[in-house]
Write a protein that binds this ligand. Sequence first.
Ligand code: IFM
Length: 399
Amino acid sequence: MTRLTPGFLWGAATAPHQVEGNNVNSDWWQRELRTPGMERSGDAVDSYHRYAEDMRLLAEAGLTSYRFGIEWARVEPDEGQISRAALAHYRRMIDTAAGFGLTPVVTLHHFTAPRWFAEDEGWLGPKAIGRFGTYVQAVTGILGGVEWVCTMNEPNMLAIMVWMSDPVRSAEARKLMLTPTVADGRYPVLPDPDPEVGLRLAEAHHAAREILKRETDAKAGWTVANHALTATPGNEAKLREVRYVKEDLYLEAARGDDFIGVQSYSSQAVDQNGVVPHPSAPDNTLTGNAYRPDAIGIALRHTWEVTGGVPILVTENGIATADDTQRIAYTSQALRHLFAAVDDGIDVRGYLHWSALDNFEWGHWKPTFGLIAVDRETFERQPKPSLAWLGEVARRGHL
Ligand code: IFM
């Protein structure tokens, strides 16, 4: 049986904009407002008020950790205007998690930024790093006792979003993104993240890491979307080229961190032309990804190699499906791949499933990733069998 590190975290994850509701001061709220055809986050699943119930359900099922985020747009609704009430809210969340025996894993930035930041040059402006630092510094005051802090979620996806919202490049981006779309159940052809943006985000991460190391006892890291890319025969050089722009730049920036968050859902091949779109298949997920529970194993091994052995926390892994039996099947296979990686000596400190709740999937409500369903009229929570199943795995520490 696989020997997991003592205190291995078994949990589930969310992000503020996807679950809280009414994140009206954020850039994403504006994007939803202005983008034709995009669904709105609205009340989301009202986790801003119902977080204690969400945490209780996870803890009662047997999980030991909850990853959630702090929303910059609430903490700093206007530049320099720090909301003590918002900080107190997130401190209550930290205390509530601890009260339920859940180790909090706190994300400081999960795709969304305050509107004032985005509208004044955003991540590409000269003030970006300093502004992010001011926010991070303000948050350190409530991080007492928190062991795990992710500075930024999936900077390699954020770099694509930043590129797309650049007015000069957005026409080109729109063309690229036109079809297929998540709404059709087909995975969009994503442009590559712009390395210029990526390097800027890495700078922001390093600045945040320094602040966290100075002001708190937390372990600091960031989380990277891992596409588990593999080469078709003879295309190893192309794979290296593609992987650098999409992932490795971000993995290399994690060297020297206390941990790295691995986030993986599916796997894709690379041929001489680049990434091969997911072939359509009956078991494709609701976001149009190929059903590839082995992706996590590829992601863990590649991350371990590129970072040179930075300890890993799986901060996201899961499947967009309306069929909870498929979720259990996918996750149990994914965990087998995780255990095999641990058996091979990779230092994995925890597994946090995406997601705790069905939530707002960035412009879409249809892809359901949750262990808990939510009635969006009444906000009533309905735990799915997969929650009890994962809780049982957590209690036993094996499948
Ligand atoms: O919902 C997202 C999350 O915000 C970031 N990682 C991937 C998830 C599923 O698409």
